[in-house]
Design a protein. Structure first.
Length: 183
C-alpha cells in the first residue's frame, strides 16, 4: 500500500516520460600501457585493464536487464514488469547493475559524456525530442547493437511498450537529439 502511494505521489510530480527523483552517477575507467624492449626491438603493447573489460561486461549486463523487460506494457512513471516508461527502463537497467542515473530522461541526458552518433556502442544512451512544441528531451533509449551503421535500441513506447527499434526508422531519426556514454 505504501509503495502504491509513493508511486502515485511520484507520478503527480512527473516531468518528461518519468518521475523526478535525483540520484548521482559515478564511473571509473583506466588503461595501462606497457613498453617491452627485446634486443634492439622496441615493442609497445597496450594492456586493457580490468576497468575497461568490466565496462563492456557491465554494458552487456545492463542490456540483458533491459531486454528482460521486452514486451512489458507502457505505464507513465512505471518501473516494474507491470508497467514501464522509457526513463524507468534505463533507470532500472542501470540501477540493477550498480550505475545510478536520474529518474527522468532530460536529467539522464546531463550524465556521462556526449558522443557522436557514429561512435555509439552497446550500453550508450540515445535521447530524443518527440514533442516538437517543447524543446526538451523527453525520451531515452539504450543502444543494444551498432552493426554496419545500423543502430538498434531498446526503449518503452506509449503504443507498444518495451521494444527494440532501429534509429533508421524515420520517426526516431527525426526525433533524435544526442547520444551519451555513461559507462
Amino acid at each position: 500500500m505504501i509503495r502504491k502511494l509513493l508511486l502515485l505521489f511520484l507520478a503527480i510530480f512527473v516531468v518528461s516520460c518519468g518521475s523526478s527523483r535525483k540520484t548521482t552517477s559515478s564511473r571509473k575507467t583506466s588503461k595501462s600501457t606497457k613498453v617491452v624492449n627485446k634486443t634492439t626491438k622496441t615493442r609497445k603493447t597496450t594492456k586493457t585493464s580490468k576497468a575497461t573489460k568490466s565496462t563492456s561486461t557491465k554494458a552487456a549486463a545492463i542490456i540483458k536487464t533491459a531486454m528482460a523487460y521486452k514486451g512489458t506494457r507502457y505505464k507513465f512513471g512505471g518501473t516494474t514488469r507491470k508497467g514501464m516508461d522509457c526513463s524507468g527502463l534505463t533507470y532500472i537497467a542501470f540501477g540493477e547493475n550498480e550505475v545510478k542515473l536520474p529518474r527522468v530522461s532530460y536529467q539522464q541526458a546531463t550524465k556521462g559524456k556526449r558522443i557522436k552518433l557514429n561512435a555509439v556502442k552497446k550500453g550508450d544512451l540515445l535521447f530524443f525530442q518527440t514533442n516538437k512544441n517543447r524543446k526538451r528531451i523527453n525520451h531515452v533509449g539504450l543502444v543494444v547493437s551498432h552493426k554496419s551503421g545500423i543502430i538498434k535500441f531498446i526503449h518503452a513506447t506509449t503504443s507498444k511498450g518495451v521494444l527494440v527499434s532501429s534509429l533508421d526508422e524515420r520517426y526516431w531519426k527525426n526525433a533524435f537529439t544526442e547520444a551519451r556514454r555513461v559507462l
